[in-house]
Design a protein around this ligand. Structure first.
Ligand SMILES: [Zn+2]
Length: 126
């Protein structure tokens, strides 16, 4: 609804003072409204990406002391567990396996590592 009201406001995009016809008006012009919308969309997208990145970062570093104790007791380790045990990334370990540096047993789609073979490999590298 338009009215004869003239409310002095600051444009939410360009910060210039203008007279608004409605109390809900936020921007001085249609162009500013479009640019503000685009800016908000962009900021939301950035925020969303940063949130996902942070969740992934937290998940990858969430190794508790209890997890390590369980891994240390196991005889057969998955690729992830073996990587945690020898303190390298899972990607590095996968690369070593594919390059033939380290032998693994494939159980289905998973690479399994025998603890003794893993320690023998580490000893041979030192
Ligand atoms: Zn404006």
């Amino acid at each position: 609804m338009s009215s004869n009201m003239n409310i002095l406001k600051n444009c939410a995009y360009c910060r210039i003072e203008f007279f608004a016809k409605k109390t809900t008006t936020k921007t001085c012009s249609d162009n500013c409204a479009k640019r503000l919308y685009k800016q908000n969309q962009r900021n939301q997208k950035i925020q969303h990406t940063e949130t996902i990145a942070e969740i992934q970062r937290n998940n990858s570093t969430l190794i508790t002391e209890a997890d390590i104790k369980v891994i240390q007791c196991k005889e057969h380790l998955t690729l992830k567990e073996a990587a945690i045990l020898i303190n390298i990334s899972a990607l590095t370990l996968r690369r070593w396996v594919l390059a033939g540096k380290l032998n693994s047993v494939k159980v289905g789609k998973k690479h399994m590592f025998n603890r003794s073979i893993l320690s023998a490999f580490i000893d041979s590298q030192i």
